[in-house]
Design a protein around this ligand. Sequence first.
Ligand code: 2P0
Length: 335
Amino acid sequence: MSTQAAPRPATARAYPNIALVKYWGKRDEALMLPVAGSLSLTLDAFATTTTVEVRAELTADEFSLNGVAQSGDSLGRVTKFLDLVRSMAGSTQFAVVTSINEAPTGAGLASSASGFAALAVSAAAAYGLDLDRPELSRLARRGSGSAARSLVDGISVWHAGDGDGTSFAEPVEAPEMSMIIVTVDARQKAVSSRTAMRRTALTSPFYPAWAPSTEQSLAAMLEACHDRDFSRIGRITETHALRMHALIQSADPPIRYLSPVSIAVFDAVAALREAGVEAYATADAGPNVAVISRPEDAQAVAEALAEYGSVRVVGAGAGAMLIDPDDATPAEATA
Ligand code: 2P0
């Protein structure tokens, strides 16, 4: 890490990621260290584009999301993150943060991952920090755990690590795959991931089994990726997702993210497999379902699932990167 001279406005774009082996729970909330490693696909849609401009005359940070000035918790999370960047850069100056998010925020489509990955890259540059990819991944992790993975192109593994220095994401070689996102409900989820993780860890009698079981799933998944074995990747993905949701449902009071329509999508995916189309489902902390298939099957899967919600076929996208501020219009408008 080194510090450059003059701070300047910086714009970054990042995409969400969907985990195939998921993390659920932090072993250190201050440093945002997970209880186990995880593996995900960075998408090529639903971008967040963020500009950070450091201004000497400001008396506080300002943050607007999709054109709406933010306050309360939303602004607080950004300010806390910028405090970390400022402490690394030796700066006391505040910033204006302008963010455009193309995904439905808070609906389990990992908007915090693209959000903090874009903020990490743009804020580091705006405050004159010169960080490499693992350092940017570690920084993004401090904003939202899963953001660590959105620094990486395509499939990435986020190592649990043995401390701050070793808990970052890096690329994994894997076969090409498509993801069919089935948005069954785009509303904000009722319980945030962070709150739900805490409650699950504190109250579920099954929680002690979770971290070791996830590490086993991750080891098997890394082997399947190495072997380019799509069927095995798919089986691990679906089994692991349903284990996570079973765990979350076992909290007290219980939390249930999957809706009857989500379950119907899992059933429809099983029916597709029976019919010879290999597809496997997963879902994050919300009712929407993400289905993986081989690229050549994606269209058929999308058509079969269209009756359950809005359907979008996506592929592997790029890790968070700086872009020309003149390109700060939504990615999908310029594509
Ligand atoms: C994951 N999720 O591995 C799991 C699966 C949701 C379900 O990471 O509190 O965005 O901001 O660090 O990391 C969502 O949690 O939560 C998540 P915070 P984060 O993708």
